[in-house]
Structure formats: C-alpha cells, structure tokens
Design a protein around this ligand. Structure first.
Ligand code: C5P
Length: 236
C-alpha cells in the first residue's frame, strides 16, 4: 500500500461527481476513500468504477456487527476490489478476526484498519455513555492493541494519538490520520487538525484529506501541494 499518497476522501453525493473529480487527475493513480455518503448513494459500483480507472480504494464503511456478518461484508467489499477497509474495534477481537477471514480468499490482499474511539466522542461522553472509566487516550491505545492482536494492519487515529499508538504497537502498525489541514486552510467541523508535515512528525503513517482537496478551486494543485508537504515531513 503506497501511503506516500494522501488518501483523498471522496465525500460527494453522487458517482458522477466523484468520477468527475478523479478524472481531473488524468492518468495519475490515486488512493481514494469511499465513505458512507458516496457508497450508500452511488452503490457498490462506484468502487468497481474507481478500480477500473486505476485507483486504490479505501472503503471506509466502519463495519460493526456480529462476526459472521462482518466476515461476509468484508468478503463482499474485497470482491469489489477494495484495497483498505475499516471496522469498529468496539465490535471485539472475534469480529476483527472474522473480517480478516472474510478477506482470506481475496486476490488483492486488502488491509483492514480499526476505528477506536470516534474523534467526535468526548471523554465525558465516553464515560457517561459507554461506562468506560479509563481516560479516552487509554481507551484508544487499548483498542489499537486489541486490533493488532486480532491481526489488523492499523487504526484510524488523530495525529495527536499517533505517537502513543506507535509506542504501544509494532512499528509496521498503520496510523491512518484524517483531520488534515494545510496551514491556513478552513478547519470546518474538525476539532483537532494537523498540517501534513505535523501529522508526519507526530507519527501518522498515512493521511486522509477531504475538503481541502475536493472543495479547492484547483483540486489537482491542492492535492500535489499536500502530497509534497506530507512527503517532505516523512523525509525530515
Ligand atoms: O473533509 P475532511 O478532510 O475533514 O475529511 C476527513 C475524512 O475523514 C472524512 O471522510 C471523515 O468522515 C473521515 N474521518 C474523520 N475523522 C475520523 C474518522 C474518519 O474525519 N475520526
């Protein structure tokens, strides 16, 4: 998996708009993320269309169900050609292992990363609603270690959590980080953002970038600037 490329979050309402955006990049192979909005609106065909256009596809559908259902859902996503997918660590170790079992027959060897605590979950809400007494950061690291013990490739985490997760897991365990904003860009609804360089220095191993690219006047130029910043951070 080539994580030198920022993963572009195609948070768009139709297949036409998503495909028009990637078409602006010509023949350049991209790593794109299809989340719930696009997948549920456009249907599974959007994944096959993006694969046929030569792109790597991250299916961010955050699977969370009984192990057998997740196993079959993961197999379905692998059948579409997904290269990377997400499951909720809260579904448990058996569920995460089942997701990997569902991929065992896939020819393209997709990777699975876990969602730990959603970044929209505050420490107070976690205590009150999930009855988890540990600090939020501890819960995130615990879920990361559980995901690693299940054999997953990594977790989705903020740049601010990447260092602790890196220390608590093997070096190859991926820290996939959304909430990326180039210096001076609109933050939008993201709470804790980092520049691409900062994410790199804080221990992220891949970045996910949506609106700073999809809503830019020139998405291709915005992507290349972010890619350059990310890779300059990786090298320093
Ligand atoms: O537009 P923006 O760059 O904020 O998009 C970030 C992407 O990463 C969105 O698709 C969002 O759903 C996703 N994401 C996130 N925070 C998480 C998990 C996923 O922003 N904790």
């Amino acid at each position: 998996m080539d994580t030198t490329r920022p993963i572009i979050a195609l948070d768009l309402p139709t297949a036409d708009r998503a495909l028009a955006l990637v078409a602006r990049f010509g023949d350049e192979p991209l790593f794109v993320k299809v989340g719930m909005e696009l997948f549920y609106a456009a249907g599974p065909g959007i994944v096959t269309s993006l694969k046929e256009a030569g792109h790597d596809v991250f299916c961010d559908l955050k699977l969370h169900d009984i192990p057998n259902t997740v196993k079959r859902a993961a197999a379905s996503l692998a059948g579409l050609g997904a290269d990377l997918l997400t499951v909720h660590a809260a579904g448990g170790k058996a569920m995460m292992e089942a997701a990997l079992e569902g991929l065992s027959a896939a020819s393209n060897d997709p990777a699975v990363v876990a969602i730990t605590q959603l970044t929209s979950t505050s420490e107070e809400a976690m205590h009150a609603e999930q009855l988890i007494e540990a600090p939020l950061a501890e819960s995130v690291v615990h879920y990361a270690q559980l995901a690693q013990s299940a054999g997953l490739a990594g977790v989705v985490c903020s740049a601010w959590e990447a260092g602790r997760i890196s220390e608590a897991t093997d070096g190859s365990f991926l820290r996939v980080t959304p909430g990326i904003r180039p210096a001076g860009a609109a933050v939008g609804d993201q709470a804790r953002v980092a520049t691409p360089e900062k994410a790199s220095s804080m221990g992220s191993s891949a970045i996910v970038v949506g609106r700073p690219i999809t809503q830019a006047d020139d998405p291709v130029a915005a992507y290349h600037a972010i890619k350059q910043a990310w890779n300059s951070g990786l090298q320093s």
